[in-house]
Design a binder for this molecule. Structure first.
Ligand SMILES: Nc1nc2c(ncn2[C@@H]2O[C@H](COP(=O)(O)OP(=O)(O)O)[C@@H](O)[C@H]2O)c(=O)[nH]1
Ligand SMILES: [Mg+2]
Length: 383
């Protein structure tokens, strides 16, 4: 099902009683399916189909207005700044980055949690109960999503509709669906910058939901402090799409839906998984990934998760790896952007574009060695 809502319209599930500052709405998709929202080095006229409608209401504001609004914790200004960040228009890029640069000194003071697992494992429902409890405890919680499928299926918005109703009404929460369309790199760039804006606006816990398929979990792993993997008891490994890799990424493993008939199975799964985790060679000093049982339906284990996150953060502070991890993530992020920009610059280079089809054809038929092809392409690229 497609959502065909224009910017500013409220989704039908937004509570009528809610105030204007309700921030969840459906982003328009990206008209150019090949554009991922990352800046391009040399835009030529007509290449972009900017989603300018998304930002038209906001464009009268100056960077200062956004910055002051965000730093004052104004939800409306935060939401508008995120819209700016999410815009694919070159025109908005400078302003968006000026805003980001203006608030960055106030970012970084949050606990960043990644939450992953296959569709249906209970991520959204867990975030609803976990997030609501955190908000009740006087934390300010921002929920973001990195969902590469959201442009096709409506993605997490479908889940949010029914699963996060209570949380979305809470005055201490801020929920932002995944930016839709574009490459995963583009989606992740926007989510990462959105996270910084939320932190600057005073949100002290950031929850980032992502599906545990493809590459999105690796990307989210590279932007959070603590990575939480949700798993179902009894479902086979293949069914869960579980590679050993994703368990190795986990700092916390939650067996979800540990309620009703499922309790015994969940306990058994916990014992098995704990053994697997013990055998993994965990490089994090002072921390062994923990396996916990949770039930969002019965509201069980939710506070244990927060206690475990607290232990994890304390271990990271004590041994110094938490700050290291963030510094490394900052630099890795720059590297990823450079790689992406170089790739795009190459792909959109006119001289490269001119000779590429003929060279590819020769390579395809085995008539031209790849290294020679590369040499010709690089010569064209360097000009
Ligand atoms: N019994 C039970 N069902 C749950 C629990 N958490 C989620 N579910 C159900 O599992 C389904 C998928 O949940 P959802 O949160 O949308 O999963 P997501 O795709 O990982 O975000 C829904 O039908 C939920 O009602 C739980 O703790 N216990
Ligand atoms: Mg979901």
């Amino acid at each position: 099902m497609f959502f065909s809502m224009s910017r500013g319209e409220r989704p039908d599930w937004v509570p009528d009683t809610d105030h204007e500052a309700f921030t969840t709405y459906v982003m328009p998709g990206i008209p150019d399916p090949h554009h991922d929202g990352l800046p391009r080095p040399a835009p030529s006229a007509g290449v972009f189909a900017p989603s300018s409608a998304a930002v038209s209401a906001a464009k009268k504001l100056a960077a200062r207005d956004y910055i002051d609004g965000i730093l004052a914790g104004n939800r409306m200004m935060l939401a508008r700044a995120i819209t700016l960040i999410e815009s694919n228009s070159e025109r908005h890029l400078d302003l968006a980055q000026e805003v980001l640069a203006g608030v960055m000194h106030r970012a970084g003071n949050s606990v960043r949690l990644g939450i992953t697992g296959v569709p249906g494992v209970g991520k959204s429902t867990f975030i609803e109960s976990f997030g609501t409890w955190l908000c009740d405890e006087n934390n300010k919680v921002a929920v973001l999503a990195v969902d590469p499928t959201s442009s096709i299926s409506g993605g997490s918005i479908l889940g949010d509709k029914t699963r996060m109703e209570q949380l979305s009404r809470h005055p201490n929460s801020f929920i932002r669906p995944s930016p839709s369309g574009g490459t995963l790199g583009g989606v992740a760039r926007k989510s990462r910058e959105t996270m910084l804006l939320c932190e600057a606006a005073g949100y002290d816990i950031i929850l980032i939901e992502t599906v545990g398929v493809g590459q999105s979990e690796t990307l989210v792993h590279s932007m959070v402090d603590c990575f939480i993997v949700l798993m179902l008891a009894g479902a086979g490994d293949e069914l869960q799409g579980i590679k050993k890799g994703i368990i190795e990424l986990a700092d916390l493993l939650l067996i979800t839906k540990a309620d009703g008939d499922n309790i015994t199975r969940a306990q058994r799964a916990k014992a098995e998984l704990s053994q697997v985790v013990r055998m993994l060679n965990c490089p994090t000093e002072g921390w062994k990934p923990q396996v916990l049982l949770t039930s969002s339906a019965a509201n069980k284990g939710i506070t244990d998760v927060w206690a475990a996150v607290g232990d994890y953060m304390k271990a990271g502070q004590k041994h110094g790896w938490l700050a290291d991890k963030r510094r490394r993530q900052n630099v890795d992020w720059l590297k990823a952007l450079v790689e992406e920009a170089l790739k795009q610059s190459f792909q959109h280079h006119p001289a490269v574009g001119k000779i590429l089809p003929a060279i590819s054809a020769q390579v395809k038929e085995g008539r031209l060695p790849q290294m020679l092809a590369l040499k010709q392409l690089m010569e064209a690229y360097r000009g």
